[in-house]
Design a protein around this ligand. Structure first.
Ligand SMILES: NC(=O)c1ccc[n+]([C@@H]2O[C@H](COP(=O)([O-])OP(=O)(O)OC[C@H]3O[C@@H](n4cnc5c(N)ncnc54)[C@H](OP(=O)(O)O)[C@@H]3O)[C@@H](O)[C@H]2O)c1
Length: 229
């Protein structure tokens, strides 16, 4: 897709992969609507923040309306907002479990549900969902998070079959460990420079967007080359 001047919605823009994705999309000439609970410090004429908790259906609908009223129809949606809580299954807090599904799965659905109709009208669009290696494998002490990311994988694989006939691409990205704040509250891993850089995930997202109209990148798995250094 030709990106220059087109509108992208990116969720979870305060830090990490979402923040770096906003930067590369602005550099590529896109107008970016950042949907998140917390803003970043980007000061750019083409960056617009809409305070959004993606787990809140009413809030997502309101942000969609505000975005469309101000900036028009979005050609790109990057579903990045997400988090994980570590814990053995029998010790997992029920609210933590539900909250992961509310953000990582239901929030992703809400954003696709509001954004897809305009893409269908335009017969052009690209939805990028950030799953994880945890969306393909089991991970000890991460069953809830793994469950959410397997859901993201399955949703992406299903909707690309629905939306391709409308000229809409759906790409699922499966990052391995990435050096972000994701690990702040986890015991089993600490973010470190042997992990991938979030700006490289952002470049991968950009690469999937900058493809020929009849070239559809469906799945992209990325890992650090030397995770132990
Ligand atoms: N880091 C990794 O190793 C890794 C690997 C595979 C996949 N991922 C996935 O990559 C995505 C980005 O994570 P990250 O590594 O960049 O982590 P991060 O640095 O912790 O950033 C997470 C972002 O999601 C936002 N967010 C969380 N809950 C939200 C909600 N309810 N509504 C709106 N925004 C919300 C956060 O906003 P606040 O600042 O307001 O909390 C923050 O901007 C996630 O989906 C994660 O599962 C990460």
């Amino acid at each position: 897709m030709e990106l220059n001047g087109k509108l992208a919605i990116v969720t979870g823009v305060s830090k990490g992969i979402g923040l770096e994705t906003v930067k590369v999309l602005l550099d590529a000439g896109m107008v970016v609507a950042g949907w998140g609970r917390t803003d970043n410090s980007i000061d750019h004429e083409n960056y617009h923040f809409f305070k959004t908790d993606v787990a809140d259906w009413d809030n997502v609908q309101a942000s969609f309306k505000a975005t469309k009223d101000k900036l028009g129809k979005a050609s790109v949606l990057i579903n990045n907002a997400g988090f994980g809580v570590q814990g053995l299954i029998h010790e997992m807090d029920v609210e933590d479990w539900k909250s992961m599904f509310d953000v990582n799965v239901h929030g992703l659905f809400y954003c696709i549900k509001v954004a897809a109709p305009d893409m269908i009208d335009m017969e052009e669009g690209h939805i990028v969902n950030i799953s994880s290696i945890a969306g393909t494998n089991g991970v000890k002490t991460m069953s809830g998070y793994v469950g959410t990311k397997h859901a993201v994988t399955g949703i992406g694989h299903s909707i690309f079959l629905e939306l391709r006939d409308h000229g809409i691409k759906v790409t699922t990205i499966y990052p391995g460990s990435t050096n972000t704040n994701f690990f702040d509250d986890m015991e089993f891993a600490t973010a470190n420079p042997n992990m991938m850089r979030p700006q490289d995930i952002a470049q991968t997202i950009l690469g999937s967007l900058q493809t020929h109209p009849n070239y559809h990148v469906v799945d992209v798995e990325v890992r650090p080359l030397k995770p132990k250094g």
